[in-house]
Design a protein around this ligand. Structure first.
Ligand SMILES: *Cc1c(COP(=O)(O)O)cnc(C)c1O
Length: 432
């Protein structure tokens, strides 16, 4: 690495917080100079095959000519205008697309600047829905353990109560209601008793519950757990029965990652409120959206005002909306289902060998998500070094080593990643 960059890295280490790190004892970071397709090129020219899609988002890989062009074209018209009192074509076209590709009941769109904010807006919608109708005691949310809904205070309050940040912020966080995490599919076929705890919590507290919030089919950052479609179907039925709204958070699962365009399709249900983000712009810019139905809008309007109290400065940023439009067009015109299916088959075939390792507790694959769960937490710094040496970019967390590549990854590139996972975990095995 050239010495100029060394200096920059020293500055980074001393002055810049990275996600979930300490300033005085930071974990190592790698300087990326550019990225193209599924390859990240470091400042010294070293190349890594990306197995992370930059946290679920870069579906089409990096530096895609069509997405680049969308940004260039839009930047020559306007990069941003305020959304209060003004509107523009990129936002209108994007709202149209989102309404078209999601379930028929979802007809209204609120744009925001990140997934966490989309969740805040969803929570606010559900609270306003009941307040406006005079049901002011309905202020609680019901969710399940092991969820993740973002790092802002509203989302954090429904994240897993043990592994989330509840303890640190316990005095400040809203107190919500948690049911047992959905049984994961490794436990075998669906049993009706798996919904019992959720049902109990709902029937005991429904007078105070505004909405249920859940990640459909896959619990993502809270543990990469896959659960049964029957669970989600039962959640929908119970929400109807007890008259509470259902918020589905598709921020991680949306746009094909789990094998269907949206994960809720696998349970054949509709959300009252739906959050999308992450892959919405193909990983280019930060943008999210909260969609809802005429029923929720009508409810919010019962108070005679119907004003939804939210409005971020960079709401519906035209650059972000333009690249989102280009990304959705690109996705829908590509054989994405075939690609996700073949990634799924390959991950199943190639991660299988990890099951023979003593340190491995479980291997599971769903769509373009491959997970190797270990018995013990992996040393992140050690493993990052090992994966880098093997020419791949993976960032495990806790006991989970996982891969969620861009959909355009080639079979030989994916094999490089799965080989690296096996080899690195093999080195770990004698330790146990
Ligand atoms: C990442 C994520 C969020 C938060 O999105 P940010 O853009 O990081 O704020 C919320 N919910 C789910 C399911 C996520 O995966």
């Amino acid at each position: 690495m050239n010495s100029d960059f060394d200096e920059l890295l020293q500055f980074d280490k001393k002055h810049i917080w990275h996600p979930y790190t300490s300033m005085s004892n930071p974990t190592a970071v790698l300087p990326v100079a550019s990225a193209k397709g599924v390859t990240l090129t470091l400042a010294d020219g070293y190349e890594l095959i990306d197995g992370m899609s930059s946290w679920w988002s870069a579906l089409h890989g990096y530096n895609h000519p069509q997405l680049n062009q969308a940004l260039i074209d839009q930047s020559q018209k306007m990069s941003h205008v305020m959304f209060g009192g003004l509107t523009h074509e990129p936002a209108i076209l994007l709202a149209k697309k989102l309404i078209t590709i999601t379930s028929d009941n979802l007809q209204h769109v609120f744009f925001s600047d990140s997934g966490s904010v989309a969740v805040e807006v969803a929570i606010k919608m559900s609270l306003q829905y009941w307040f406006a109708q005079g049901r002011t005691q309905k202020t609680k949310l019901l969710t399940v353990n092991k969820g993740y809904f973002g790092d802002t205070f509203g989302g954090m309050a429904v994240c897993d109560p043990v592994n989330g940040m509840h303890q640190m912020f316990s005095g400040v966080l809203a107190q919500h209601i948690f049911a047992e995490a959905p049984a994961s599919i490794e436990k075998g076929a669906w049993k009706d008793e798996y919904i019992d705890d959720f049902k109990r919590k709902l029937s005991a507290n429904h007078q105070n519950i505004a909405a249920v919030i859940i990640e459909p089919m896959v619990q993502n950052a809270g543990g990469l757990r896959f659960y049964h479609a029957e669970y989600l179907q039962a959640v929908r039925q119970l929400c109807d029965e007890y008259n509470v709204l259902l918020i589905l958070d598709e921020i991680a699962t949306g746009f094909g990652r789990t094998g269907t365009l949206f994960a809720y399709e696998q349970a054949n249900i509709e959300a009252d409120i739906l959050c999308v983000g992450k892959a919405l712009t193909g990983g280019y810019m930060t943008l999210a959206a909260t969609l809802t139905s005429p029923k929720v809008v009508t409810g919010i309007e019962t108070d005679g005002k119907g004003v939804l109290m939210h409005g971020p400065t960079f709401m519906a940023n035209p650059l972000a909306c333009s690249v989102a439009n280009a990304s959705i067009d690109l996705l829908l015109s590509s054989p994405w289902q075939l690609r996700v299916n073949s990634i799924e088959q390959q991950l199943n075939a190639e991660l299988e060998q990890c099951k023979s390792l003593k340190c491995v507790k479980d291997v599971r694959v769903k769509g373009a998500i491959g997970v190797v769960e270990l018995h013990q937490a992996i040393d992140i710094e050690w493993s990052q070094k090992q994966f880098t040496k093997a020419g791949v970019w993976l960032r495990p967390f806790g006991r989970l080593v996982y891969v969620m590549p861009p959909f355009i990854i080639k079979p030989y590139q994916l094999t490089t990643i799965t080989d690296a996972i096996f080899c690195v975990l093999q080195k770990l095995t004698p330790k146990y």
